[in-house]
Design a protein. Structure first.
Length: 323
């Protein structure tokens, strides 16, 4: 049995994480960290005011970090050093350095560190990976992912504050797609990006387009937006002999040269992620989304931001008319 402390009681925790822990057969919810103790009353577990108090007084082996991004690294490292296993919300940290420190701390402490990139556990993602390995579309050549929507609602307004979230859709929704691309194609080799505020005058970007080159030659494009009233959720992989279409990524359909398959995900998208983490801790199973795999996504994000800011001096006036 794995006893859990959940840090933070926002939408993700109440709608997915805590129900997943309650459903998982070898898990139990032991305690919660919240500044509003009344939020813990429906769960009949001990509330703690902060993580330090919980680590000193609580009785649990695993910690789920469900707080805003700027707290991830500090709280994860604190829990790992206290001897706890940690499953953390995505993205890992505010930058690559934080993500790498989290991974290195887990290795030094001999604890498991998982990151909640739950799309890796979608049945159709596993099937797509199987088809690619079987050569069903030939050599993979390129991939294309989009996620377009309007602005986050008021319940997630912290996402618009770069000091809390790190960035806009690049951090929040591109990270899931970038992580999947790493899952499919391995080590990223080069990254370029454009970030813009095309519609909204907010402190983070409202759109980001990222181009990633992988070591195996695959080129991938990720386009994410908080400025579109037309929702899009596309994910396609093009090979020399065919294509795998996972669009919409959050739906059950997978289309490939052999036909169309319907592979629905678990009703609670976080459940397979929690279950895989428990299997890794208790049985030594492979952790499908670990700190070691997820910090590559933070590296791509950081390179994307850097490339978007750099305008080489000799290119600065490239598109300026000389007339």
């Amino acid at each position: 049995m794995l006893r859990w402390l959940v840090v933070g009681i926002g939408d993700i925790a109440t709608k997915r994480v805590i129900p997943a822990i309650q459903e998982e057969r070898r898990s139990s919810l032991a305690a919660l960290v919240t500044r509003q103790p009344e939020k813990a009353s429906p769960y009949n577990v001990e509330p703690f005011a902060d993580l330090e108090e919980a680590l000193q007084q609580g009785n649990f082996e695993a910690v789920y970090i469900a707080t805003p991004v700027f707290l991830h690294a500090t709280q994860t490292i604190q829990a790992l050093r206290a001897g706890k296993h940690v499953l953390c919300e995505k993205p890992m940290g505010m930058n690559f350095s934080e993500a790498r420190n989290m991974t290195e701390t887990a290795e030094q402490c001999g604890r498991h560190l998982g990151i909640a990139y739950y799309r890796r556990l979608y049945p159709k993602v596993r099937r797509a990976l199987e088809l690619i390995r079987q050569g069903k579309i030939g050599q993979p050549l390129m991939a294309f992912a989009t996620c377009h929507s309007d602005m986050p609602d008021s319940n997630r307004s912290w996402l618009l504050d770069p000091k809390c979230a790190g960035g806009g859709p690049l951090y929040d929704i591109a990270s899931h797609r970038i992580d999947l691309l790493n899952h499919f194609f391995g080590e990223p080799q080069d990254v370029r990006a454009c970030l813009s505020n095309t519609v909204h005058s907010i402190a983070v970007e409202d759109s980001a387009t990222v181009l990633i080159k992988y070591a195996n030659g695959v080129h991938a494009i990720v386009d994410v937006r908080w400025n579109s009233r037309i929702s899009r959720d596309e994910f396609r992989i093009v090979g020399a002999q065919g294509e795998i279409d996972l669009s919409p990524l959050n739906g059950p359909a997978l289309v490939w040269p052999g036909g169309c398959e319907q592979l629905p995900s678990h009703q609670n998208l976080h459940f397979p992620c929690v279950e895989n983490f428990v299997d890794a801790v208790l049985d030594g199973e492979v952790l499908l989304s670990s700190g070691a795999s997820a910090h590559l996504t933070d590296g791509i994000t950081e390179k994307a931001i850097t490339s978007a800011r750099i305008i080489p001096e000799n290119h600065a006036n490239l598109f300026t008319s000389n007339r």
